[in-house]
Write a protein that binds this ligand. Structure first.
Ligand code: HEM
Length: 505
């Protein structure tokens, strides 16, 4: 054990940090989390990036986690200056060479390494076009209206929503399944996986929460009479059943000739299926069809739903900022007309509010890479005027850009805990929106997500004033600390969060 620890510390060039029994990326590390307020003999689990966001980095913007029983050493970096070095176009880092997710869902655009990834990106990129964004905007408007009617808010002057997370998740699933997969479902009749009791939304939710366990635990573990493991197994099986049924249905609907004649619209699902045809020039294998379908559902649904839930609460907390957003909406739409996709750029204040929400509560908290050769990272000092540090990383070391670390780094964002949408007033600063990643692997759905979020917020805030209930004597910051507690699963989630609505018009 001592030898393992010492060689781990050497692999990360003696970079200070946590020393633990089990890696946060191992099954035991996930299951048996212990103290994190000590740097030794702790099992930090995955939440430590959130729980220690204020104290993890001391003098430099780099820390290591070195396990002495299970798992490999890990490096985390919270400096924007390191982005080109780790996630840039010609950086000596790549996605992990062995990714457990591939074994569960099949190889896909998110996990593929550089050379294979180019093929995935080439096939899928045409699905993210101006035409798609127009459809996202229009569908969002329609889904908002369907939601208001189906929830029975039509003639109410006030509404209490006990868990806004459920609503925003349902909304983002509806937009994604319609605009990327051509699968439409009414708000009042959620999709069910065939023959299952759980909705597709519930299955995705359980799968995303349980993905690390599903990936790391042996298959016999899922036959044990343990409810948690059984639920994860059922959720994954249901999702795969759902995806396979959708693939069969789409093939039957369009047929092979339709594909060759280019009759399928360029939505993500059709491009995935086209690439699986005999005649396709750039091809997907069968496993990549399922892998990419599953991945785009997860990448595009959980992320948007989660950050929207945080945004709603921050709107409720920071009333003066909500008013500023509302005034902008009324200025752009003074005559009561519906917003169109051409109005997108006019909602600058709405966008700033959203960027600041995503800075504090980013749905994706890290960009995970693996060193493809021995490499020296140059990391600036946290202390003003301090010397930068060169850190030698061994080939194969998993090194992550810590998005939470960057977003709460006072060098990049002064008073990082303060909620200040005005930070984003300088257009050049939008390059600092870390939540969508950086470099060649920048989120392919960035504009898709922004269009859907901005349209939804505009429609919602025009009709409703949002509030949250503070306890007596409680400050907004106290409420955030009490209610907006985070958990790092495949994505980062907060809550469950309650909000209150009052009708404006
Ligand atoms: C607020 C919402 C979203 C956030 C915060 C987000 C975040 C991210 C991040 C951080 C990455 C880069 C991962 C890395 O470098 O390791 C990424 C990649 C990706 N995202 Fe998103 N995403 C969002 C919405 C979406 C949507 C709506 C879609 C699809 C409709 C989508 C599809 C993808 C895809 C396909 C990739 C892989 C890109 C590649 O490797 O070439 N995302 N996303």
């Amino acid at each position: 054990r001592i030898r393992k620890l010492l060689s781990g510390i050497k692999a990360v060039d003696n970079t200070p940090g946590l020393r633990c029994a089990f890696s946060p990326r191992s099954v035991l590390g996930q299951l048996f989390r212990t103290r994190i307020n000590t740097s030794f003999f702790c099992n930090p689990g995955t939440d430590f990036l959130w729980l220690l966001r204020r104290s993890l980095y001391k003098e430099t913007d780099i820390v290591s986690v070195v396990p002495y029983i299970m798992g490999k050493p890990l490096v985390y970096v919270s400096a924007m200056e390191a982005l080109p070095q780790i996630t840039g176009f010609s950086s000596p880092f790549d996605k992990q060479s062995w990714n457990l997710a591939d074994n569960i869902v099949g190889e896909n655009i998110v996990t593929a390494q550089k050379e294979k990834w180019k093929r995935h990106r080439k096939i899928l990129s045409p699905a993210f076009s101006q035409k798609t964004y127009e459809s996202v905007w229009d569908e969002t408007r329609g889904i908002y209206r369907d939601m208001v009617a189906s929830e029975g808010w039509g003639n109410k002057s006030a509404v209490f929503i006990p868990v806004i997370n459920d609503l925003t998740a349902k909304f983002s699933l509806a937009v994604l399944s319609t605009c990327a997969f051509g699968i439409r479902f009414p708000w009042s009749a959620p999709m069910y996986a065939k023959g299952e009791q759980l909705t597709v939304q519930e299955c995705f939710h359980i799968s995303v929460k349980g993905a690390p366990i599903r990936a790391l635990a042996p298959s016999w573990a899922f036959t044990l009479p343990l409810e948690k493991l059984r639920n994860i197994d059922v959720a994954f099986k249901s999702i795969f059943g759902f995806i396979e049924a959708q693939i069969a249905h789409r093939r039957a609907t369009f047929g092979h000739e339709a594909c060759e004649g280019g009759l399928r619209p360029k939505e993500a699902f059709n491009l995935i299926l086209n690439a699986n045809e005999e005649s396709a020039k750039v091809k997907f294998q069968d496993s990549e069809v399922v892998g990419n379908t599953f991945t785009i559902f997860v990448a595009g649904y959980e992320t948007v739903g989660r950050v929207l839930a945080a945004t709603f609460c921050l709107l409720g907390l920071y009333q003066e900022e909500q008013e500023r957003v509302y005034q902008e909406i009324m200025t752009v739409l003074p005559d009561g007309r519906d917003p169109t996709v051409n109005d997108f750029e006019s909602f600058a204040q709405v966008q700033r509010f959203f960027f600041e929400s995503m800075r504090l509560y980013p749905p994706a908290v890290q960009l995970v890479r693996e060193a493809t050769e021995d490499v020296v990272l140059n990391i600036p000092s946290r202390i003003p005027g301090g010397l930068a540090q060169n850190v030698a990383i061994k080939k194969g070391t998993v090194t992550s850009i810590d998005i939470l670390g960057i977003n709460y780094n006072p060098r990049h964002f002064p008073e990082p805990e303060s909620f200040k949408p005005s930070r984003w007033e300088n257009p050049a600063v939008t390059d600092m929106v870390m939540g969508f990643g950086y470099g060649p692997r920048l989120c392919l759905g960035r504009k898709f997500a922004l269009v859907e979020v901005i349209c939804f917020l505009v429609m919602f805030l025009r009709d409703w004033k949002i509030e949250v209930d503070l306890e007596e004597g409680e400050t907004r910051e106290d409420w955030r600390e009490r209610m907006m507690t985070g958990k790092i699963e495949l994505t980062f989630s907060i809550g469950p969060l309650p909000i209150r609505l009052t009708r404006r018009i």
